[in-house]
Design a binder for this molecule. Structure first.
Ligand code: SF4
Ligand code: SF4
Length: 393
């Protein structure tokens, strides 16, 4: 939405009591968790400096790392594809998934970026979001309002009403545990029925050709482990040189996302296989036989050469900056780009394409930089975007 139209919307958003309740509950829980975690793991602050260096080096070497990761993944038995933009990403994914009736999907902002679920659904394929927040957003026909917590804008009362209207076989109550149980039961068979699973990845290690997926719910390991086929759509900025670098990036990501340690850390380096009979390797033991990775450029490589935008490529997608941004605290993901929310979301929209006029709402206060593990100051990027719009640079 362009800023001129948005001006008329702001008053309505500010009067939305449900939004205010949901945001204040989520922000206060996040702050308490984060303070506890940083007290327990003070070394995280040291680790962020190392991770910033790893990410800076990786952005400098982005094309070389795509090549190295591709070589090593292919050697591991993964089919690797490269998509230059969103359209090509959708085309490749559809070619890989056109024989599927039912797909289960783990949370992935990169898939949101190319509108993959909607595209596959338009081709008649059933696609189920399996992350609880994403499932709620899918049921409401809404958009994710935060990169880590997609349903951050909804209080439990709204969620229960929406789920009970849509999930005809299961009923949830206002009790959060009951909601989780009801969704688990609703999605259970979808995992077994699915012909394929789709995911993104939090980070990729070029040297071993491994992708890491951080999660708490256990849905990503089911979606990537149960069906015969797994397709991962991954932005090229997620690649770092080594597995040890990747683990460090993952550790900082989950800490700043508000978790002491995630329930699951999935490291996937090849299709499922066994050599238990006569040492003959057979693909597809209990997990997927076919594993595809689609590396997505969509503006990232060009941005890696841009003085301001390359800073946004360091983003770990931890979501920390949004909880502390004064504008986000009032407007949630209504502020930002169409897909990526908040100040950093506008920078990401500049990279991947879309309207960035919301940059004019930024207070240029730099609170986001204070809490960002990578010290990304979105205000500097947004100030440049404003100049570009004003002076049509
Ligand atoms: S500089 Fe802009 S994006 Fe960052 S916290 Fe302030 S208002 Fe939010
Ligand atoms: S800009 Fe920083 S705080 Fe915000 S999501 Fe990215 S890494 Fe996290």
């Amino acid at each position: 939405m362009r800023i001129e139209e948005f001006k008329n919307e702001i008053k309505k958003i500010l009067q939305d009591k449900n939004l205010a309740i949901a945001l204040s509950r989520a922000i206060s829980s996040y702050r308490i968790n984060r303070a506890k975690i940083m007290d327990k793991f003070p070394n995280t602050y040291k680790l962020v400096e190392e991770v910033r260096r790893i990410k800076e080096d990786s952005v400098e070497r982005i094309q070389e790392l795509v090549e190295t990761a591709t070589e090593n993944m292919v050697e591991n038995g993964i089919d690797v594809h490269f998509a230059k933009d969103a359209e090509e990403g959708r085309k490749i994914a559809y070619k890989l998934l056109s024989d599927c009736n039912c797909i289960v999907k783990a949370k992935s902002m990169t898939c949101e970026e190319i509108r993959l679920r909607e595209f596959l659904e338009s081709k008649g394929i059933e696609v189920w979001e399996t992350d609880l927040g994403e499932f709620i957003v899918q049921m409401l026909n809404d958009k994710p309002m935060h990169i880590i917590t997609p349903a951050i804008h909804l209080p439990r009362e709204t969620i229960v009403k929406a789920l009970n209207d849509k999930m005809d076989c299961v009923k949830a109550s206002n009790n959060i545990q009951e909601i989780v149980k009801a969704v688990k039961s609703y999605l259970r068979n979808k995992f077994f029925e699915a012909d394929a699973g789709i995911s993104g990845a939090n980070v990729v290690a070029a040297e071993t050709g491994s992708m890491i997926i951080i999660e708490n719910e256990g849905n990503a390991r089911l979606a990537t482990g149960l069906p015969e086929k797994h397709v991962a759509i991954i932005g090229v900025e997620k690649i770092v040189p080594t597995l040890s670098d990747a683990i460090k990036v993952a550790e900082v990501t989950w800490r700043f996302a508000g978790y002491a340690v995630p329930s699951y850390l999935n490291i996937i380096s090849s299709p499922s296989k066994t050599g238990d009979i006569e040492k003959i390797i057979v693909k597809g033991a209990h997990g997927p036989k076919d594993l595809h990775v689609v590396f997505l450029d969509n503006g990232r490589i060009k941005a890696s050469q841009d003085e301001y935008l390359k800073e946004a490529l360091l983003c770990l997608r931890c979501g920390s900056c949004m909880y502390e941004c004064p504008i986000y605290q009032k407007l949630s993901g209504h502020w930002g780009g169409e897909v990526y929310t908040g100040g950093i979301g506008i920078a990401w929209t500049a990279i991947t394409g879309g309207d960035v006029s919301m940059a004019f709402l930024c207070l240029l206060c730099s609170r986001c930089a204070e809490v960002c593990p990578m010290k990304i100051d979105s205000s500097k990027i947004l100030r440049e975007l404003r100049k570009k719009i004003l002076y049509k640079k």
